[in-house]
Design a protein around this ligand. Structure first.
Ligand SMILES: Cc1cc2nc3c(=O)[nH]c(=O)nc-3n(C[C@H](O)[C@H](O)[C@H](O)COP(=O)(O)OP(=O)(O)OC[C@H]3O[C@@H](n4cnc5c(N)ncnc54)[C@H](O)[C@@H]3O)c2cc1C
Ligand code: SF4
Length: 511
């Protein structure tokens, strides 16, 4: 460890590490519960250079699947709001089956320690906080809900509307894609063409910073420290509870004490911090007595699909991310295993990026500019072997989850067929990538196979919680963001119960 701690700050009720979906939503909840919270973020508030103002600002889509492994890479995505500053804002509830042990072609997707019903009230709140626009119609997998979507679905642009109509007429159920945007009366969203994988300069994308962290800061209960990298989590001498964190900021190290520590640094990074925080009492890293930290890495195997609307004319710039097809989520008449989802993505010039080999770029552009970019996604399974690869005590890489390769190919063919039946040629290159990574600090009921209990508290350490994408035991096949936010609200209540265990009184400072 470099240097010596120079400052010991006053204690907080809780310190939250990371401002992604997990960290920002948790800070929001803790503020609602009247707790004094310090939020640490390694990165800074995203600021544009003057020459970028008015220009779409995106990230290289080749980096999506690699983000998880980027803790070891100084160029990882460190910014207030985490990945959501660039996300596509598709905010789905996981389906009821996703919480159960489900057989797949290549193994079993594990059961969760909570059920859909346990999370349902938190999904309702998360949808309200993130202003999710959607509708249940047309989605055979839509789980029961105690409240309708807080906002109506986004309108389709005319070209997308005619595609959706033709799909429906040819017998395919199509649903609206639930999206977290500040759209509608008084809203800032103008449904532009550069949303998915881009930064919203209008602050209309309901990312973690805009939707959750800013209201939390405005409550007066929460402080944000940017450019503050947590180096390790501190534990009591007897090793039974967390007591604070060691932080580096502007070259100085500080010890910060708090009653509760909540780790929300993202897939790979939260696990890495637990390992880095090893002590004599926890020689393999804290929370790692089961040696599960860094493992059960899962996610989605994703492929690209391009239904072509024209062979001659380029499509105009438009917002396309408004529809999804979940008809094959749980399988097909001739396929016994869950298949996954097909959903629209935003317009993005993927052919300009190094995701496409230079000699394929001309053809990729020709197709890309004339079609509606869609993804199809199948669950990639977490196992005891997937996740950190360690050599001589150092993390040297990430072993990928187990892919359901035949299922994925089946979904690719079904997706092409769906569009053909509606009268469109569809191109679906045999390229696959890992999206929406999960795991590495999973929650569960059995301490032998999980790091956290069902409240996301580290099994053998009190006052230490983890909540971000890394706690999810599996990824299902829908986008995982809303589930991270819902869990963060639930974990916030568990933390508040620790704080108020004597008085059992919650206060509310936010709507
Ligand atoms: C381009 C793109 C599009 C996406 N689209 C969607 C979508 O439409 N729907 C969906 O559900 N999901 C989508 N995702 C995935 C989704 O954004 C992530 O799963 C989710 O945001 C992860 O949240 P998280 O809480 O795990 O934290 P992260 O977003 O990973 O944030 C963790 C934060 O912790 C900070 N941090 C890390 N280490 C430290 C440290 N040591 N000290 C202090 N701070 C630290 C990081 O800087 C970061 O800000 C997309 C992702 C990308 C990249
Ligand atoms: S579609 Fe709306 S939320 Fe997305 S970038 Fe454009 S203005 Fe922002």
């Amino acid at each position: 460890m470099a240097g010596k701690p120079v400052q010991k700050a006053r204690g907080y009720d809780a310190v939250v590490i990371g401002t992604g979906l997990g960290g920002s939503t948790l800070a929001y909840r803790l503020a609602q519960r009247g707790m004094h919270v310090l939020v640490l973020e390694k990165g800074d508030v995203l600021q544009l250079h003057p020459h970028q103002l008015g220009e779409p600002v995106g990230i290289n889509i080749k980096s999506f699947p690699a983000l998880a492994a980027k803790e070891m890479d100084p160029h990882g995505l460190n910014v207030v709001g985490g990945q959501t500053k660039f996300y596509g804002a598709a905010m789905y509830r996981m389906r009821e089956n996703d919480f159960l042990a489900i057989p797949h072609e290549a193994g079993v997707s594990p059961a969760w320690p909570v059920t859909y019903d346990d999370l349902e009230p938190y999904y309702c709140e998360a949808e309200r906080i993130y202003r999710v626009h959607g509708a249940s119609e047309g989605d055979p997998t839509e789980p029961p809900r105690s409240f309708p979507f807080p906002h109506p679905p986004l309108p389709h642009t005319p070209l997308v509307a005619s595609l959706v109509n033709r799909l429906r007429q040819s017998g395919t159920p199509v649903s609206s894609l639930p999206r977290a945007l500040d759209y509608g009366p008084g809203g800032k969203c103008v449904l532009c063409s550069t949303c998915d994988a881009y930064y919203c300069q209008l602050d209309a994308k309901m990312d973690a910073e805009t939707a959750a962290l800013r209201p939390a800061l405005a409550s007066g209960y929460v402080e944000l420290m940017t450019r503050a990298r947590c180096l390790r989590i501190l534990t009591s001498e007897d090793g039974t509870k967390a007591t604070g964190v060691l932080v580096e900021r502007d070259g100085e190290q500080r010890l910060l004490h708090a009653d509760v520590v909540a780790l929300c640094a993202g897939v790979g990074r939260s696990a890495h911090l637990l390992l880095e925080s090893r002590t004599a009492k926890h020689p393999h890293g804290i929370g790692n007595s089961s040696q599960c930290v860094g493992l059960y890495y899962g996610g989605h195997t994703a492929g690209m699909l391009f239904p072509m609307l024209s062979f001659t004319k380029k499509l105009p710039e438009m917002h396309t991310k408004t529809f999804a097809i979940n008809a094959y989520y749980n399988g097909a008449p001739d396929w016994p295993y869950p298949l996954g989802v097909i959903q629209a993505v935003g317009q993005m010039p993927f052919w300009d990026r190094d995701v496409v080999a230079w000699w394929k770029r001309y053809a990729a552009r020709l197709v890309g500019e004339r079609s509606i970019f869609c993804l199809y996604m199948t669950e990639a399974l977490p196992t005891k072997e997937s996740g950190f690869q360690v050599s001589e005590g150092r993390i040297v890489g990430m072993r990928p989850p187990v892919e359901n390769t035949e299922t994925f190919e089946k979904l690719r063919l079904l997706a092409i067929d769906i569009f053909r039946r509606a009268g469109y040629q569809a191109v679906a290159p045999r390229h696959r990538a890992l999206y929406h990574p999960t795991g590495t600090v999973v929650f569960g009921t059995d301490p032998r196979f999980s790091v956290l209990d069902r409240n996301c508290k580290v099994h053998d350490i009190d006052r230490l919680f983890v909540v971000d994408a890394s706690v999810l035991p599996s990824a299902g096949a829908v986008n995982t963001g809303l589930t991270i936010a819902a869990l963060a609200l639930k974990v916030g209540d568990a933390i508040a119960r620790v704080k108020y265990s004597e008085s059992n009184k919650f206060v509310s400072s936010l709507p």
